[in-house]
Design a binder for this molecule. Structure first.
Ligand code: NI
Length: 167
């Protein structure tokens, strides 16, 4: 946080199935695994392109959550499927050690492409929908901090774990 790229709108990918794209995706997967994250957007590693990755088998940062299939999603779009909003705790690898309570659409449909250009479309809810909204925000220069409605519900993960049970 503080790097200007995180405040910019990322550029759509125009060429699929390319060595450059494969390298970018590999770098992102490495970073996400190393940092034990559930999602990552290309601008977080300094690349201004509309590429996100996400997935979770089992994650110690989010122990109570349903698994999410490991996915590479390029040029993603989101459509909300209901007006229902849900508040949940979020963290971000670009804002290490912090968590905040963020309202998100409970149910969404997302579309995009994998790195070969194959279409992906899924209807999801809950934490899976939350992760998508968080990562898509990164491609539009928005950090989750900007979505927090009550800044009293933002703090150090370690303190919140003790006082708020943010998982
Ligand atoms: Ni993030």
């Amino acid at each position: 946080m503080g790097h200007p790229l995180l405040l910019e709108t990322a550029v759509p990918v125009t060429e699929f199935n390319s060595p450059e794209l494969d390298t970018l995706v590999d770098d992102m997967l490495d970073t996400m695994r190393t940092e034990n994250g559930v999602g990552l957007a290309a601008p977080q590693i300094g690349v201004n392109q509309r590429v996100i990755i996400f997935g979770m088998v089992e994650n110690q940062r989010y122990p109570d959550m349903q698994p999410i299939p490991m996915t590479v999603l390029i040029n993603p779009e989101i459509e909300q499927m209901s007006d229902e909003m849900e508040s949940g705790w979020e963290g971000c690898l670009s804002v290490p050690g912090m968590r905040g309570l963020v309202p998100r659409h409970q149910q969404i449909c997302y579309r995009g492409f994998d790195q070969q250009g194959k279409k992906i479309e899924r209807e999801v809810e809950g934490f899976h929908a939350r992760v998508l909204q968080h990562e898509l925000d990164h491609l539009n220069g928005i950090l989750y901090l900007q979505r927090i409605e009550d800044m009293r519900l933002f703090g150090f993960e370690q303190e919140l774990n003790e006082w708020q049970n943010p998982s």
